[in-house]
Ligand binder design. Structure first.
Ligand code: FMN
Ligand code: SF4
Ligand code: SF4
Length: 295
């Protein structure tokens, strides 16, 4: 079984998962950002796996770039498609609805998700109103527990076993719908604020998310090194006069914030100085992984 493992990542959790899955299944990890940058996306593999982080589960959860990648992957309707999402919060209220939205998106786009899996990894934005924030010392424990989940996922993928969530978990997620509606309203409100749009803006989340870079602040410690532009999977940062300029097609991945060597980039909700990236992933992996050279 030839398996191509595509990943989208900001702070390395999904890259680490993609590497493990690829190692265990004789697959190859490929960055979604690199695949999209190369024009037509083709693969001879019969099975593809997409690994992505959950973003704003209450609204949609699936990163925009992941949706774009899936619709641009040629022949996807005739391939076996596995989805693995990593979430910082509890799976049942974050990953399960996200995967449900992904399945809906897939069916509207003419393909299907054959198996879906979730892995809980440390929360990279380090602030989430209704979910306990794993502090740095917890990260190692969370990553260790994720290993067992990942072993099971790799085993299932290798043996082509069913990977849908149990009915009970899906029913629980459906029971959460009223709460989700309230959370979605609150998330849309904050999304409008982050995008610097008025309260009565008619823009939906797909239009608002790219504009959230309006709220990214770069302080005076910036040395103009260009790392943020190199690690941005969306090529959303251009260096102008040795300063990063944001181009408003942001994916909200937090990579620029996390990997800035000076800690000069500040996102909403992330306390100054608070950092998280997967310990097995280094900035060089993302520079190379996204296929970009220093500007
Ligand atoms: C803007 C943003 C929104 C997020 N929203 C959620 C969320 O709604 N639920 C959740 O469980 N995790 C959420 N997360 C956490 C990430 O999904 C999680 O940490 C993921 O493993 C990060 O993957 P990466 O390191 O590959 O980028 C969010 C992260 C960011 C940056
Ligand atoms: S990575 Fe940090 S220091 Fe380097 S250009 Fe970007 S903001 Fe400035
Ligand atoms: S600008 Fe920053 S947050 Fe937005 S996509 Fe690029 S690296 Fe991610």
């Amino acid at each position: 079984m030839a398996l191509q493992v595509y990943y989208f990542t900001g702070t390395g959790n999904c890259l680490s998962v993609a590497r493990t899955v690829a190692d265990r299944t004789d697959g190859t990890p490929i960055s979604v950002a690199v695949a999209l940058a190369g024009g037509q996306i083709r693969t001879d593999a019969d099975c593809v796996c997409i690994v992505f982080p959950v973003y704003l589960a209450a609204i949609h959860g699936v990163p925009l770039m992941v949706e774009r990648f899936l619709t641009e992957l040629q022949g996807i309707s005739s391939k076996r498609v596995y989805a693995i999402c990593t979430s910082g919060g509890y799976e049942i209220v974050n990953a399960v609805p996200t995967l449900r939205n992904l399945a809906r998106f897939a069916s509207e786009s003419g393909f299907r998700i054959d198996a879906e899996y979730t892995v809980r990894l440390p929360m990279n934005n380090l602030d989430y109103d209704h979910i306990p924030v794993p502090i740095e010392t917890d990260s190692a424990t969370i990553i260790r527990s994720a290993q067992a989940q990942l072993d099971d996922i790799c085993e299932r993928i290798t043996h082509g076993r069913q990977g849908k969530h149990h009915l009970a978990r899906r029913l629980f997620a459906i029971g959460m719908t009223p709460l989700n509606v309230i959370m979605a309203r609150a998330s849309m409100k904050s999304l409008r604020q982050l995008a610097h749009e008025p309260e009565d803006s008619a823009l939906g989340f797909r239009e608002l998310m790219p504009l959230t870079d309006e709220s990214i602040r770069v302080d005076d410690t910036c040395t103009g090194c260009g790392t943020c532009a190199q690690v941005c999977p969306a090529s959303n940062i251009q260096m102008i006069d040795h300063r990063p300029t944001f181009l408003h097609h942001c994916e909200m991945c937090f990579a620029c914030d996390e990997w800035c060597p000076e800690g000069a980039v500040h996102h909403w909700g992330r306390p100054d100085g608070a950092k998280y990236h997967h310990p097995a992933v280094k900035v060089a992996d993302l520079r190379g992984g996204h296929g970009l050279r220093a500007p």
